[in-house]
Write a protein of this length. Structure first.
Length: 534
């Protein structure tokens, strides 16, 4: 009897438990997407107890059916979702550490047997399908969020690195410029030999030596006195003859990139330099290259004759003095940077140069050394000596400065509004012709009035200007061609007797202004003169 009653009680308990489980499972299936939170109220006592203890999957945000914990990050996951993620990525989706299924710890919980999924024709089957799709969406969303966070971190790092690099470049550039300026000033103030190479020579900073000033004063007195009485030499070419100039000969030279040329006192030897660092002496009589002057100091930026010596200036800052046979007799380096231009003094034993270090230097060629160096505030592009030898003009980015070479004091400042590309003093002693970079006009300045007296519109870009010995003719040259501007003292008027299509970056007058020699940027020499039929 007792055994029978016990059996009946056990059977009743089992039926009650099974009924409760079936009701709970049916409610869970019918409401698969409903989340129960602590602050939400629930009328079902089983739901209320479950909401207090439930944890959510780190991927889907849903309460897991088969919960597992990652031993790497300690996060809770739905087992099927984390296994799918491991198969694809092999890492923990939270910490990013390597993860495999062996690192997953299953959370023991009471099992509720889910019924077999019905076919897709029923509402529960559709809900199950939607749940699977939702799981896939959650996986993809988590992946995209992780990639977004990583991309943002990489972008932030790249932006910080770019900003830091920009600041470093700006600071280094500023320090470089300051160091260059300090080095240039140091070479002036201290005259330290430690900053000079073996070929560099000490420069006298106390002004011109007295013996050099005496030479300049003596030359000025002689030339200025003779100029007042000097008439145009007999046999000098007139404007009508200049108008008949034609190309007599051309010669291709190996000096591509040429920027300057000069004729010696005889008018027979032409000195030209090229961008390859070498230069040459051409004989007009032989119509051929007489001597090659080889050097490796950088491009030749300017050349000049000083008596029988050829002078070359390089972008490497080296000034070389050659004889007519091509012997490198003297090498001088006084600038802390490259050279820009040369200017020959009326005396053959004095020469001046301007450099990238904003300074100009006067050399005693007899002693083969610099005798003075003066610094300006602006970069210097070109220079020229007054025909009396006591004034020295430098062209800068905005003006032309006229120095008294004996005291280095600025006597005049011509405001130009552009960078000077070429300048030339007239032999009359009071005119200075100036061409500006990229401009088509030539400015004529009067040293007596310190004003611009004339602007000659050439009509094309002017790269070079050169007066003849009498101050009557001004040759201008550029890529478009050469022109000659003539001034008549009797009528005080200007005319243009000659215009040719011969390209030129530098020109020089021959003897008696009976010829013009020019060189273009390709190194082609052209001689212009009066034709035989004329």
């Amino acid at each position: 009897m007792i055994a029978k009653l016990t059996s009946q009680n056990n059977h009743a308990k089992s039926s009650a438990i099974a009924k409760t489980s079936s009701l709970y499972e049916a409610e869970k299936i019918n409401k698969p997407l409903v989340h129960t939170h602590k602050h939400e109220s629930s009328s079902h006592p089983l739901e209320s107890n479950t909401a207090q203890n439930i944890m959510f999957c780190a991927i889907s945000g849903e309460a897991p059916t088969v919960p597992v914990v990652s031993s790497k990050s300690g996060s809770l996951f739905e087992k099927r979702l984390i296994e799918a993620y491991i198969d694809e990525h092999g890492t923990d989706p939270v910490s990013g550490e390597d993860l495999n299924t062996a690192d997953l710890i299953e959370v023991k919980s009471s099992k509720i047997v889910r019924p077999r999924p019905p076919t897709l024709t029923s509402i529960p089957a559709l809900l199950t399908s939607f749940q699977d799709e939702w799981d896939s969406i959650m996986l993809e969303t988590h992946k995209l969020r992780s990639q977004l966070v990583q991309t943002r971190q990489e972008l932030s790092t790249a932006l910080y690195q770019n900003d830091a690099a920009t600041r470093v470049i700006a600071r280094v550039t500023k320090e470089r410029d300051e160091a260059r300026e300090a080095l240039a000033q140091l070479s002036v103030v201290t005259g330290s030999r430690s900053s000079r190479g073996p070929d560099e020579m000490e420069v006298d900073k106390d002004g011109l030596p007295s013996y050099v000033r005496d030479r300049i004063d003596e030359t000025m007195k002689q030339l200025s006195a003779s100029r007042r009485k000097r008439a145009i030499p007999q046999g000098w070419t007139d404007a009508e003859s200049v108008s008949t100039f034609q190309t007599l000969r051309t010669l291709e030279t190996p000096f591509s990139g040429a920027s300057s040329l000069d004729l010696d006192a005889t008018g027979e030897l032409t000195l030209v330099g090229g961008a390859n660092g070498s230069s040459g002496i051409y004989s007009l009589a032989q119509e051929d290259l007489a001597t090659i002057l080889n050097a490796s100091d950088g491009a030749i930026v300017d050349v000049a004759w000083a008596g029988r010596n050829a002078i070359t200036a390089s972008a490497g800052g080296v000034l070389r003095v050659w004889d007519q046979q091509g012997s490198d007799s003297t090498t001088i380096k006084a600038h802390s940077g490259g050279l820009k231009a040369l200017a020959t003094h009326p005396r053959d034993d004095l020469l001046a140069s301007v450099g990238e270090d904003k300074s100009w230097v006067v050399y005693d060629l007899e002693a083969s050394k610099p005798v003075i160096q003066a610094y300006g505030e602006d970069e210097i592009s070109t220079a020229d000596f007054h025909p009396d030898g006591h004034l020295f003009a430098t062209g800068t980015g905005s003006s032309a400065l006229i120095y008294d070479i004996r005291t280095t004091v600025i006597g005049a400042d011509f405001k130009l509004g552009g960078t000077v590309s070429s300048m030339s003093f007239s032999e009359n002693g009071f005119w200075l012709a100036i061409a500006l970079k990229g401009k088509t006009d030539v400015q004529i300045w009067d040293l007596r009035k310190i004003t611009q007296t004339k602007a000659l519109d050439i009509g094309s870009r002017v790269d070079t200007v050169k007066w003849d010995y009498t101050g009557q003719y001004l040759a201008t040259g550029g890529q478009a061609g050469i022109s000659v501007q003539a001034y008549s003292k009797s009528t005080k008027s200007w005319s243009e007797p000659l215009r040719t299509a011969v390209s030129a970056v530098s020109t020089a007058w021959g003897n008696n202004a009976a010829s013009l020699v020019a060189v273009d940027s390709q190194g082609v020499l052209t001689w212009l003169g009066i034709g035989e039929e004329s």
